[in-house]
Design a protein around this ligand. Structure first.
Ligand SMILES: [Zn+2]
Length: 146
């Protein structure tokens, strides 16, 4: 999924799970499950995009996700705990970045790339965005109930 979707889930977890060890673990653990839901991502067709475009899109996605998650969930909790959960929720994709941008085609980056690209549920626009919105809303509501 987009970094924005992952960041919102990480932020929601940080806001509702008090125990940092549990919150950070949960944030990282939700990532592969979210990626299984059919969705659209900036990275689709990355082999055909030039690296500057890809980098700028990834950066935009990271900044947007962090900002939205902070506005919605981060204001009344520890900034460091919030940041740790958002980072943990995105860590799989961040670990994949060297494979994309630096052509680091060796472990662990190639492993993460292979596992992640096999587990992605792909869907075109606009449905690929709507599935993410729906998934994020449902997860946020679940954590609000804690
Ligand atoms: Zn991923």
């Amino acid at each position: 999924m987009t970094a924005t979707a992952h960041a919102l889930v990480g932020g929601a977890i940080a806001a509702s799970v008090k125990d940092p060890a549990l919150g950070i673990t949960l944030s990282a653990a939700t990532h592969p499950f979210l990626d299984m839901i059919p969705h659209w991502d900036f990275g689709w067709g990355w082999k055909k995009k030039n690296k500057v475009t890809l980098f700028l899109q990834a950066l935009f996605d990271l900044v947007l996700g962090f900002t939205l998650a902070y506005l919605l969930f981060g204001q009344n909790i520890s900034f460091w705990y919030f940041t740790a959960c958002v980072f943990a929720s995105e860590v799989w994709d961040i670990m994949e970045a060297p494979y994309w941008f630096l052509n680091w085609r060796f472990p662990p980056f190639s492993w993460i790339y292979n596992v992640q690209s096999r587990m992605q549920g792909k869907l075109k626009l606009p449905w690929g965005i709507l599935t993410q919105v729906a998934a994020v809303v449902i997860i946020v509501l679940i954590f609000k109930g804690f």
